[in-house]
Design a protein. Structure first.
Length: 320
């Protein structure tokens, strides 16, 4: 099965009433782990890489690791997605590498500038059948070099934005934030806003900052010498409610990072004689796989890998 545009996975998710986790990767273990999870639970797969991940891997290593995952799992529809592209240049780089989907995040610019930059990216990417995600509103928290105060997405603006830019899916700000410290007290999310926006824009919505920071991962890290005492995430039930209201892509990075870190810390503490990287990277990889399976099952994409005939970028190019 070829690599598919993200649009196809998301359109199928909306039709089927489920969400698909978009899982961030930085290295071979993470790519192997999420592919193995998708294969095991029969889920479509969205592999996503940030600009930081591409830099860390000199672009070319990540490209070939992603291609290896697709070659090894021909039965899994897989989209390769650029997370938080910041300008047309980063989008072009990703498309040249073979990504089937790109995010342009110009949400920190003025509305007019966000529209202009996003439209430029849509016009460019659609020539190649590549899907475009954009963002409106501002998430809180920190991810790599992105920082910000929360500013919820405005539904009127969202309707105008989608009409004017022709974007395929929209990341909305509903109170989530990137990272491991999302809430100081009770998690509060504007789930009703998801429905309002979805009814106005009629395209799949994307939820960033969707790690749940499971207590067991936090406790494992802390038990084995880590220091994440106040880490706190988005309850799975809130994500499921968002899916029912129009969210189809759910971004998860922090939980995978925590899973690997906890597993490696455990080996270092319990088996201090170990020094072969495979002795700690293997449990790290298994821990990421377990998390990915939990997300695919909870968001509902498990069991849906074989539901549809995937379209290639060429076929999507003809459609746009
Ligand atoms: P988390 O930090 O909650 O995993 O969010 C990741 C994300 O939204 C990547 O774009």
């Amino acid at each position: 099965m070829p690599l598919v545009p993200l649009k196809q996975i998301l359109d199928n998710a909306i039709a089927g009433g489920y969400g698909v986790p978009a899982l961030n990767v930085n290295n071979m273990e993470a790519i192997q782990a999420i592919s193995a999870a998708a294969k095991k639970v029969k889920s479509p797969l969205i592999v996503q890489a940030s600009r930081g991940a591409l830099k860390y891997t000199n672009l070319i290593y990540l490209k070939h690791l992603m291609m290896a995952a697709s070659e090894e799992n021909p039965e899994i529809p897989m989209a390769l997605h650029l997370d938080h592209g910041d300008n047309i240049e980063s989008v072009k780089t990703a498309i040249d590498l073979g990504f089937t989907s790109v995010m342009i995040d110009a949400s920190h610019h003025s509305y007019e500038e966000n529209v202009r930059i996003t439209k430029e990216v849509v016009d460019y990417a659609h020539q190649f059948g590549v899907t475009v995600e954009a963002e409106l509103g501002t998430l809180g928290g920190i991810e790599e070099d992105i920082t910000g105060e929360v500013q919820l997405t405005d539904p009127d603006q969202a309707e105008d934005f989608v009409k004017t830019t022709g974007v395929d899916c929209l990341a909305v700000a509903i109170g989530t934030s990137h990272g491991a410290y999302k809430f100081k007290s009770e998690p509060k999310l504007a789930i009703d806003l998801v429905k309002t926006i979805s009814d106005r824009v009629h395209i799949p919505l994307v939820m960033h900052g969707s790690s749940s920071v499971p207590v067991e991962l936090r406790e494992q890290i802390n038990k084995y010498g880590g220091a994440m005492p106040d880490a706190c995430g988005v309850p799975i039930s809130a994500i499921q409610a968002a899916v029912k209201n129009g969210v189809a892509k759910i971004n998860v990075d922090t939980d995978l990072r925590m899973a690997m870190t906890g597993a490696i810390r455990k080996v270092f503490v319990e088996q201090p004689d170990k020094f072969d990287p495979r002795d700690y990277c293997r449990p790290g990889r298994e821990a990421i796989q377990a998390q990915a399976e939990v997300k695919m099952t909870a968001f509902g994409s498990a069991g849906h890998a074989g539901d549809y005939t995937p379209a290639t970028l060429e076929e999507y190019k003809a459609k746009y």
